[in-house]
Design a protein around this ligand. Sequence first.
Ligand SMILES: CC(C)(COP(=O)(O)OP(=O)(O)OC[C@H]1O[C@@H](n2cnc3c(N)ncnc32)[C@H](O)[C@@H]1OP(=O)(O)O)[C@@H](O)C(=O)NCCC(=O)NCCS
Length: 134
Amino acid sequence: MARLDEQAFPHGPYPFFVLRQLLTAFPDFLLLVEEGSELHGYVLATSPHEAQSWVLSLAIAPALRGQGLGRQLMTGILGHLRAQGTHSVWLSVEPGNETAVALYLSLGFVPDPGGPRKDYFGPGEDRLLMSLTL
Ligand SMILES: CC(C)(COP(=O)(O)OP(=O)(O)OC[C@H]1O[C@@H](n2cnc3c(N)ncnc32)[C@H](O)[C@@H]1OP(=O)(O)O)[C@@H](O)C(=O)NCCC(=O)NCCS
């Protein structure tokens, strides 16, 4: 996962220890696309707290993008979250990440009306928050 994260988020992958701790905290909210020992993609979310969950990460290996895997993972995790009692799902996305924003919009996510939040992840790291009511 750490290797895939480095490919998917070259400017700011989760540090290994953060990924490790997120997996320990939310082991039942991880979906993988794998073939043998090859990891092709994953999505990780938080367990519901007061009926709210966050999608923490979504990544597909570069060579396998555009084949529906990202949509498949998102649809899968949203169904699982709904079944576990989540009513609202939130995520943050880099405003210029047109592929991801298009995917989330097509799934019904609504962008924060205030637009991207400046320096959300530190200086120069603006993020658009999007939410979906399940
Ligand atoms: C974002 C990401 C997960 C999408 O995964 P994917 O498997 O390539 O996406 P899919 O093939 O399932 O396509 C889903 C939708 O994404 C959008 N999309 C896919 N490729 C696109 C492209 N080249 N340009 C614009 N939109 C695109 C379309 O809306 C598409 O819907 P469609 O199936 O109706 O055409 C993948 O590009 C990725 O890992 N990117 C790097 C990491 C990242 O940005 N993660 C999201 C962080 S918030």
